[in-house]
Design a binder for this molecule. Structure first.
Ligand code: CAA
Length: 390
């Protein structure tokens, strides 16, 4: 039985900051952000969007009634959740009107959370082939104003329906994974912003990829020539390239290098104009590749490298399924990205610093400018009030 991705949804808030203008405001050469880091735009979440609403909006447009009947497991990967106890998955389960006979929970291991969800979903489908699983990766990435991580922030979510006999990508059995206790990036529970050892995190990402790739090759006897493309977790679009290049130079033929580098560029398309969405970033990269690379063909193998600081890395693969293209929502995603509004750096700074009450006060948020179908309407007695306009 094949198990894999049957549907992919994506959502990002309607606001963004231009990276060149951010660079000028920070007295940095714009090319450092656009070329050195590889980011053009950075998505910005207004107060009416949080990890829950982003995920629910990502899933909203891909689920039909049949999916809703069959989804009996909702797994929410996030590192910017809204509650230390109640799972964000339960809010989404409610907002989407999913059946009550279901499991729903949140999973955490930095940017690796959605991948952990996928691996769990595989096991669930193997035991329950009629079921479908909704895996969500949703985050608002925050380092703080005027920090070195600022250029690698972003906001957005990816929703994946995992099922038997999938329409888009069937996962292969083998997978290579690595865990090591390191402090490259973390966020203590009292902090809104992440702490990061930037250079160390880059080095560890590269090392984890090299280790997982070596382990994968030993397990499968596959080589670079067997891959049409390799997608990476992309905290910023230059990162995956830093990990891929040494392996390409050491092991790749000229044809491998040309193909994998060209497809790498395509796979960074959406991430370049959204920024880091932590748990969803690898799957946003996959979506960029699937929706923007017209030369992909059925039966081709795609590699996926997931990295969650702290740290866990995993390399796994999937095979493109016949007719996968007709199951994508290219026009909808292009519209979503092109209809966003730019904010100035001053507006970004003001929005970034807005906060919700933490003393139980009631607040109603103004959503008149937020086009999202699902949004945070306010807070009452320390409870978030969500609305689905549909
Ligand atoms: N034109 C072109 N390129 C320029 C330039 C210019 N004028 N000026 C500088 N650059 C280049 C530099 O040469 C450098 O390129 P290389 O990396 O290829 O050498 C690049 O721009 C970045 O410059 P710096 O290294 O000086 O940048 P920095 O010190 O400001 O930090 C960063 C960059 C470490 C990524 C920082 O933004 C950061 O800490 N980000 C958050 C952490 C992160 O994303 N880590 C990634 C791995 S961890 C992970 O993946 C999990 C996760 O999601 C967080």
């Amino acid at each position: 039985m094949k198990i894999g991705i049957d549907k992919i949804g994506f959502y990002t808030p309607h606001l963004y900051v231009d990276m060149k203008k951010l660079a000028v405001a920070r007295e940095i050469e714009p090319e450092k952000f656009t070329i050195g880091i590889g980011q053009e735009k950075m998505a910005l979440a207004p107060l009416t969007q949080d990890a829950v609403t982003l995920a629910a909006n990502a899933a909203l447009n891909i689920l039909d009634e049949k999916d809703k009947e069959k989804i009996d497991l909702v797994i929410f990967g996030t590192e910017s959740g809204i509650d230390h106890s109640k799972a964000a998955a339960i809010y989404v389960h409610h907002l989407l009107g999913l059946r009550s006979e279901a499991r729903a929970f949140e999973i955490k291991q930095a940017c690796y959370g959605a991948t952990a969800g996928i691996q769990m979903a595989k096991g669930h489908i193997a035991l329950n082939p009629e079921s479908k699983v909704l895996v969500l990766g949703s985050d608002i990435s925050r380092y703080g104003l005027n920090t070195s991580g600022e250029a690698t922030q972003g906001a957005g979510a990816v929703a994946l329906v995992i099922s038997a006999e999938p329409s888009i990508l069937a996962f292969e059995e083998q997978s290579a994974y690595v865990t090591a206790d390191i402090m490259d990036f973390w966020r203590p529970i009292y902090s809104e912003a992440a702490f990061v050892d930037g250079k160390f995190s880059n080095e560890q990402y590269i090392q984890f990829f090299a280790t997982a790739w070596a382990q994968y090759k030993a397990k499968t006897n596959l080589a670079l020539k067997d891959f049409e493309a390799i997608c990476f977790h992309l905290p910023y679009t230059k990162m995956g390239l830093k990990a891929l290049k040494p392996v390409l130079l050491e092991e790749g033929s000229a044809a491998d290098q040309e193909r994998l580098l060209a497809n790498y560029q395509v796979s960074t398309g959406y991430n370049r104009v959204v920024g880091n969405i932590y748990t969803g970033s690898l799957y946003l990269s996959l979506l960029s590749l699937l929706e923007q690379q017209e030369d992909l063909a059925d039966g081709e193998r795609i590699g996926l490298f997931s990295y969650g600081s702290g740290a866990v890395g995993e390399f796994f693969t999937g095979i493109l399924q016949p007719g996968f293209r007709s199951h994508l929502n290219v026009v909808q995603h292009m519209d979503l990205l092109s209809s966003r509004a730019e904010v100035s750096v001053a507006e970004y700074e003001a929005i970034f610093q807005q906060t919700l009450p933490i003393d139980g006060t009631t607040v109603e948020l103004d959503n008149t400018n937020d086009p999202a179908e699902i949004y945070l309407a306010g807070m009452t007695n320390n409870m978030r009030q969500y609305i689905n306009k549909q």
